[in-house]
Design a protein around this ligand. Structure first.
Ligand code: BTN
Length: 262
């Protein structure tokens, strides 16, 4: 389906990072839609500049996408990709309920990290004097299909933990690429974000639970109330609602009373 809709594929044996390769291609004129997929990455990276260990057997894929709408709504693409990844995981494992989406862009299996999404934007020349610069998105998706890294400060798990019928990276990618076309259709350049948000929230980890959000200069605690119309996390705290644009979420230790921390 993705191919029929004009989405091309560049399959590589090894690359530093599929997101970095996508960026280089954009800089030389690529505008997508194009998937850059690599069997292994030597310099894979995740959110906040963290290393993303990328051995053969895991999925490493980045979609180059332009003409998706205003730059301001680009962060919504992380939720579109999350919904697509969740659909692909459920379809290929026939296993509802094991998977969850953790704000902002993590994929979980039974509470352990299974994968993540790294969304980046590149400002590209359009050649049009009226609007000379446009935003091109790179949606990078990594899934620990075969192997999960060890020694992290949180638990990570591989998809093989679902059993012998776990999909390999190629099968998961084939479902994911179609699921992302479908989710982008649902999103409709932002008009359908409410539907994406509803589906995302149905599978959200820790929704309604006490959480702790680590921000660059402070850690805040509260109840994970919802995400808003732009994808920000809404935290209910004793001093009112806090809107969070970026941060690291973990389950909070304290009891939360209605509307805030007890
Ligand atoms: C995260 O959880 O921090 C996001 C991880 C994103 C990893 C993927 S793998 C494909 C693409 N290439 C990269 O270097 N990163 C993303």
């Amino acid at each position: 389906m993705a191919r029929a809709r004009g989405v091309r594929l560049l399959a590589l044996e090894s690359v530093d990072s599929t997101n970095d390769e996508a960026r280089r291609l954009i800089e030389t004129g690529e505008r997508g839609p194009l998937w850059v997929v690599a069997a292994r990455q030597t310099g894979g990276h995740g959110r906040l500049g963290r290393q993303w260990i990328s051995p053969p057997g895991n999925l490493h894929a980045s979609l180059v996408l332009s003409d998706f709408g205003a730059t301001a709504i680009a962060p919504q693409l992380g939720f579109v990709a999350g919904v697509a990844a969740l659909r692909a995981l459920r379809a290929t494992t026939e296993d509802v309920g094991r998977f969850a989406l953790k704000w902002p862009n993590d994929l979980l299996i039974e509470g352990a990290k299974l994968g993540g999404i790294l969304l980046e934007n590149v400002s590209a020349q359009t050649g049009d004097a009226r609007a000379p610069v446009a935003s091109v998105a790179i949606i990078g998706i990594g899934v620990n299909c075969a192997e999960a890294p060890k020694g992290l400060p949180f638990e990570a798990r591989a998809l093989t933990s679902v059993g012998p019928n776990a999909p390999d990276a190629a099968r998961l990618f084939s479902h994911l690429s179609d699921a992302l076309v479908e989710a982008l259709d649902l999103w409709r350049g932002g008009e359908g974000f409410a539907q994406i948000r509803d589906e995302w929230l149905k599978h959200a980890a820790y929704l309604g639970a006490p959480i702790r959000v680590e921000l660059p200069r402070e850690t805040i605690e509260g109840r994970f109330a919802t995400i808003d119309a732009t994808g920000r996390l809404i935290l209910a705290t004793p001093s009112g609602e806090r809107m969070v644009e970026a941060g690291d979420v973990s389950l909070g230790p304290r009891r939360i009373a209605a509307g805030g921390v007890a």
